[in-house]
Ligand binder design. Structure first.
Ligand SMILES: Nc1nc2c(ncn2[C@@H]2O[C@H](COP(=O)(O)OP(=O)(O)O)[C@@H](O)[C@H]2O)c(=O)[nH]1
Ligand SMILES: [Mg+2]
Length: 365
């Protein structure tokens, strides 16, 4: 039996101080995105959840096709637990915590801004970021020094190791200055080259600033210092508690509550979209009466590679892909109407799939 592929699965880890709102964010995502679909990576770990990637294109196609089944793309997230000062020294749950971060593909900093006398802890998101960054950077520094030591010894007799040694020296210098690698001037190529050394701060990051109910409307202002500190990383300000409460409601009630608060769709769709984009993921779609579905593929994939996300047979036996942009298809009203208008393209094996393409694969096994 050929393996049924399920596309790239990226794992995001929530990292932050105790009481920042990590578990609340987890519940908000799990509540809103709790899916019955049997994901390949279904897990029994209560700290691992799956959230669906909200996609209005998929909804429009499902409506057009009157699909019986609608399947969203998804991302996996881990509630790693609270970081405490001294974690890099193996303080308390420090080691377990660092191991949790090593397992994920990207880091989501959860930074508290909400004031609440009943919830202990600092309420300055920059202070949260500072503690977390210091611990991660110290853990990386220790690891970088050890690895540099080894490589330098080998490099004395093996000249081919000189470049590796220089890279690690640069990493040690950066971390000694307190610069996490994601904030450094290392190029994307440098960062890719450093992957085999497994540094925590070499992972892509995004941040959620958790604001209080009374701070709604001041999102940009409160997030600004974090945006500046993280230079370039996506920062999303949201009242996680309200989002978690909304997630417990059914669709209509949730929409009503969020609209009533002036929050539109809420912050979760934006958060998940940001997470998806951070990892260079794209979506193509399939649609029919039986099912409309969003499929995740890596930016730059060719049509056969995208077909392989559905099934390895589709990739091996790929002939061509009937392709149309989702909005053109919705406007035409059906595949046959779009075909009659000459809007459906027949793409070959070199076609680089675009985000939002709707595809039907022709294959031969
Ligand atoms: N007022 C207020 N309280 C919040 C908010 N987010 C989380 N909390 C509360 O803060 C406490 C800690 O939240 P939790 O999600 O468990 O934080 P964690 O330790 O990072 O997992 C809980 O009592 C939450 O109800 C918020 O946006 N506003
Ligand atoms: Mg928690």
């Amino acid at each position: 039996m050929p393996r049924v592929a399920c596309g790239p699965v990226e794992r995001f880890g929530f990292v932050g101080l105790p009481n920042a709102g990590k578990s609340s964010l987890f519940n908000a995502l799990a509540g809103g995105g709790a899916l019955a679909a049997p994901y390949a990576f279904a897990t029994t770990d209560p700290n691992v959840g799956v959230a669906k990637v909200f996609d209005h294109r998929l909804d429009a196609l499902a409506e057009m096709s009157n699909s019986k089944n609608v399947v969203h793309a998804s991302v996996q997230f881990n509630d790693i637990g609270g970081l405490v000062e001294g974690a890099s020294q193996g303080e308390g749950l420090g080691n377990k915590f660092l191991a949790g971060i090593r397992e994920v593909d990207a880091i989501v900093f959860v930074l508290r801004a909400f004031p609440d006398g009943d919830v202990p802890g600092p309420t300055d998101p920059l202070e949260h970021l500072g503690v977390v960054e210091t611990e991660l950077s110290l853990a990386d520094l220790e690891s970088a020094e050890k690895q540099l030591d080894k490589v330098a010894r080998v490099a004395r007799t093996d000249k081919s190791k000189a470049h590796e040694e220089a890279m690690l020296r640069r990493v040690v210098d950066l971390l000694s200055d307190g610069t996490p690698l994601y904030k450094s001037d290392l190029s994307d190529d440098d960062r890719a080259e450093l992957k085999p050394f497994f540094f925590l701060t070499n992972k892509p990051v995004l941040a959620v600033v958790n604001i209080g109910e009374d701070q709604l409307g001041q999102e940009d202002e409160i997030a600004a210092p974090v945006v500046e500190a993280l230079g370039g990383a996506q920062v999303i300000a949201a009242c996680v508690q309200l989002e978690a409460e909304a997630a417990l409601l059914d669709d209509d009630e949730r929409a009503e509550m969020l609209e009533g608060l002036g929050l539109g769709e809420g912050a979760l769709p934006r958060f998940i979209q940001a997470a998806y984009e951070l990892m260079g993921l794209r979506t193509f779609l399939t649609t029919g009466e039986k099912e409309s579905r969003a499929w995740t593929f890596r930016a730059g994939s060719t049509a056969p590679q995208a077909a392989g996300v559905i099934h390895t047979d589709f990739e091996r036996g790929f002939i061509r892909a009937e392709t149309i942009e989702w909005d053109a298809l919705v406007e035409a009203g059906s595949w046959s109407a779009a075909r009659d208008k000459g809007q459906v393209r027949s793409e070959g094996k070199d076609y680089v799939v675009a985000d939002g393409d709707v595809m039907e694969f022709r294959f031969n096994v």
